[in-house]
Design a protein around this ligand. Structure first.
Ligand SMILES: *[C@@H]1O[C@H](CO)[C@@H](O)[C@H](O)[C@H]1NC(C)=O
Length: 477
């Protein structure tokens, strides 16, 4: 989500150019430029690269242990006691009158959440739910990588399950997929197309939840993409589908650019826009009044304008966390890793606002309109028990290299068939006509009727149907 914010910053500056001078000149120059760029585009891929992120020096002589080891989430009574002690000693404060969620998590409401957490939430029971699917760990590039691997329980005669790698983002986890997994692996049971059955692999990004964090600086989405590619190869999949939102979108997109020959299709519920080119600027300037001229639909117009309010101002209000995480993650990390209540407020505030921006106007942040507290707190507990909030935040710093404009994927299209599910409450709307600059092969593009940033958790059925629709379109081609 960072690239769009930077680019949007640029777009605003440019919006102030005098239209009468720019527009006619722009059409001429833009056209010429577009032809030139299109001609210069060649099919290429990004180097896979290599890395080693374990502690100390990379061992030279022994080969990496490639075993895939079953893993079971376990909890100790001591951990639960420690959590309760901390919850009991929370120092709450009073929110400003009538501030709702505008100053961050309403701390009066936080008391209610914490009381539920302390007295009703049953971590033992949630861990049983987590362990319902088979978990594994395997060592890649010096790190223990955690994942769940869910196979369909039944396959009809002649039926095959399509391998699908689903990647979460921040501040989420593999648990975001727990409600969509039954739909994808047993579609017939849930009134979905029974012929499109998936075998799903949901890894934890290194540094998130049960995947070990890098011990070295510089672990970015490129490295996560390569590690997940190696994981899929290790599991015996030469070709597979990909799905992601948030960081998962960035990681799966990069994987598609590294190994297009292995990717049957890429489905995103959060499409990052390309760097704002001339064509995009032009269509932004003209789009509000002449959308048909620049390929924007009525729905795009509804979702993008008024541009400043919806894209720049709203994002500035919501992106303070990102600046901190991309600069000094360890400082805030000290507090969040020490205080379960601070951690919950920090994480759950995102589940409020990123689900619907207008939830800021609600006293309880609208948290339980779309989710239940058991699900929300289970995700928080995955961060808490693994102590992984700091390493999860570092991922922002590592993905903002100073020369981010020159990262190898910037000028490269994505050539694999791509499906985009555009949810109306997503942080930034990516119209198809803009997404096409980056995704050269869009097979399906859907304006989803409702839902926000955490689509898999919030609207599992809508997302599952769109994934099925995408895959059937790709396979019919
Ligand atoms: C915070 O939430 C509680 C409901 O849990 C509500 O009663 C209170 O008025 C809210 N406070 C603010 C400042 O919005």
């Amino acid at each position: 989500m960072w690239r769009q914010i930077l680019d949007n910053g640029r777009l605003v500056v440019n919006e102030h150019w005098p239209g009468s001078v720019v527009v006619p000149a722009a059409i001429g120059i833009g056209g010429a430029l577009a032809c030139w760029i299109l001609r210069g585009r060649k099919k290429k891929s990004i180097d896979l690269g290599d890395g080693w992120w374990g502690q100390g020096l990379r061992p030279h002589l022994q080969l990496e242990d490639t075993s895939v080891r079953p893993f079971h989430i376990e909890i100790s009574d001591a951990d639960i006691k420690d959590l309760y002690d901390r919850l009991d000693r929370t120092r709450f404060f009073s929110p400003l009158e009538d501030s709702k969620f505008h100053y961050g998590f309403n701390s009066t409401h936080l008391r209610k959440v914490v009381s539920y957490w302390r007295n009703q939430f049953d971590w033992q029971k949630q861990v049983k739910i987590l362990n319902r699917y088979p978990h594994y760990k395997t060592t890649i590039e010096g790190l223990e990588v955690h994942f769940i691997h869910v196979k369909p329980p039944h396959l009809g005669p002649g039926q095959k399950a399509r391998p699908l790698l689903m990647v979460h983002g921040w501040p989420g986890s593999f648990y975001e997929f727990y409600h969509i997994l039954p739909l994808l692996t047993e579609p017939a049971k849930h009134c979905l197309n029974p012929d499109l059955v998936f075998e799903v692999i949901c890894p934890s990004i290194p540094g998130y939840g049960f995947s070990e964090a890098s011990h070295k600086k510089g672990f970015s989405a490129f490295d996560a993409a390569r590690i997940f590619y190696k994981l899929m190869i290790r599991l015996g999949f030469r070709e597979f589908y990909l799905q992601g939102g948030d960081w998962g979108s960035r990681i799966t997109t990069l994987l598609s650019q590294m190994k297009p020959e292995s990717v049957m299709g890429l489905h995103l519920n959060f499409a990052m826009l390309p760097k704002a080119g001339f064509g995009m600027l032009l269509s932004l300037a003209l789009g509000r009044y002449f959308p048909w001229l620049v390929g924007l639909t009525k729905e795009d117009v509804r979702r993008i304008y008024p541009y400043f309010e919806k894209n720049v101002y709203a994002l500035l209000l919501e992106s303070g966390y990102m600046h901190i995480q991309a600069t000094k993650p360890d400082t805030v990390g000290s507090a969040l890793n020490d205080s379960p209540v601070g951690l919950a407020a920090y994480i759950l505030e995102k589940f409020s606002t990123w689900t619907d921006n207008e939830f800021r106007d609600l006293e309880d942040g609208g948290l339980e309109r779309k989710y239940c507290l058991d699900d929300l707190l289970t995700n928080v507990m995955i961060y808490w028990t693994t102590g992984s909030i700091t390493s999860s935040m570092r991922f922002y710093k590592e993905n903002f290299p100073r020369n981010y404009d020159q990262t190898p994927d910037v000028k490269l299209s994505v050539y694999v068939p791509t499906g985009i599910a555009a949810f109306p409450c997503e942080l930034v709307h990516a119209p198809r006509v803009w997404a096409k600059h980056k995704f050269g092969n869009i097979a399906t593009y859907t304006y989803m009727p409702r839902g926000g940033h955490f689509a898999a958790l919030e609207e599992p059925e809508l997302l599952a149907r769109d994934i099925q629709n995408f895959v059937s379109t790709v396979e019919k081609r």
